[in-house]
Design a protein around this ligand. Structure first.
Ligand SMILES: O=c1[nH]c(=O)c2[nH]c(=O)[nH]c2[nH]1
Length: 320
């Protein structure tokens, strides 16, 4: 049996670590809520092949490190930076762990505005939608602990949009399988998953282990700071919404490409932009048996939203 198989890859860690953090500046509070996944790679084969647990940082400890850094990291409010800090901390601390993969999903807590002058409340928030900000970070220490590379990507998931006009779909292949009618006006709805990547950056963690929890020098440099501030997300989200609204869409594919092109053009640090766009179909209800026209595009007013199946259009647009 032992001749037939070998361990070709291994990665483990903790998923769905739920973290909520309050940052207090006097009476003004800022809050973040994250779902964190931390997976590790390294010299961990024997834990699988020889039942030897000596190489295992317990997934419970991985969870505890996540909470500890949520308490002490100066980067907690920026998920890209927090993910890099968390992954770098682990890869720096454990000699036999060479890579950390940290994924963060940030849930929305927006400030409630109150009173006649619509003032943002200092410590009250509401969940304004299911959309999540997402971050994926790979911390790679395989070239040495003083030459750590961070590969960062970020984006949004579950941003639900719909337009009731400005979308057509014509001239596609017609053959014996084709039922779909050509339409010059239709409903276009999708739940945007967007992910954009940055060029890798080098990180030199402090040699003094006690300082690991406080600073990562590279993260405090202007270059890294300007690449990862929230304005990239704001611009990418705004571009996505604007192109969606304003494009006279010939197809989900064509609109997706325009979105990606504009994000690359307007964000110098972004290398690739990937979208996954489900085409959430809205079917005009056939009322012809009642003598009511609800099928001609200009007369179509009542639609049946169809949960499944949906089209799924995805692509990556890259900087040349
Ligand atoms: O924008 C679209 N792209 C497709 O590939 C497709 N296929 C389909 O049935 N409807 C649509 N709409």
């Amino acid at each position: 049996m032992s001749d037939l198989a070998y361990l070709s890859s291994a990665r483990y860690g903790k998923d769905a670590v739920r973290v909520f953090r309050v940052v207090r500046e006097g009476s003004t509070h800022t809050v973040v809520e994250y779902n964190v996944k931390v997976l590790l790679e390294g010299d961990i084969e024997v834990s699988y092949t020889k039942a030897d647990n000596k190489v295992i940082v317990a997934t419970d400890s991985i969870k505890n490190i996540t909470y500890y850094l949520a308490k002490v990291s100066p980067h907690i409010l920026v998920p890209e930076r927090f993910a890099v800090h968390l992954g770098t901390h682990i890869v720096s601390k454990y000699a036999h762990i060479h890579k950390a993969f940290v994924d963060i999903e940030q849930l929305r807590w927006s400030r409630i505005v109150v009173g006649k002058d619509r003032k943002p409340h200092p410590h009250s928030f509401f969940r304004d939608g299911d959309e999540k900000r997402t971050v994926k970070v790979e911390i790679d220490g395989t070239a040495g602990k003083d030459k750590i590379q961070a590969r960062v990507s970020a984006g949004v998931n579950d941003l639900l949009v719909l337009k009731s006009s400005g979308s057509s779909f014509t001239s596609f292949i017609r053959d014996e399988y084709t039922l779909l009618k050509e339409v010059d006006d239709r409903i276009f709805s999708t739940s945007v998953d967007l992910n954009y990547t940055f060029a890798p950056i080098s990180i030199s963690p402090p040699k003094d282990e006690k300082k690991l929890d406080i600073v990562i020098p590279a993260l405090d440099q202007a270059e890294a700071g300007s690449v990862w501030d929230a304005t990239v997300l704001d611009r990418a989200r705004t571009i996505t919404l604007e192109v969606f609204a304003e494009d006279e869409s010939a197809s989900v594919q064509a609109t997706l490409y325009k979105m990606g092109q504009r994000i690359i053009a307007e964000n110098a640090g972004v290398q690739t932009v990937s979208y996954a766009l489900p085409n959430k179909h809205y079917i005009p209800v056939d009322m012809s048996y009642m003598g009511v026209d609800n099928l001609t595009p200009a007369k179509a007013e009542v639609f049946q939203p169809v949960a499944a199946p949906s089209g799924l259009i995805s692509a990556t647009v890259s900087r040349k």
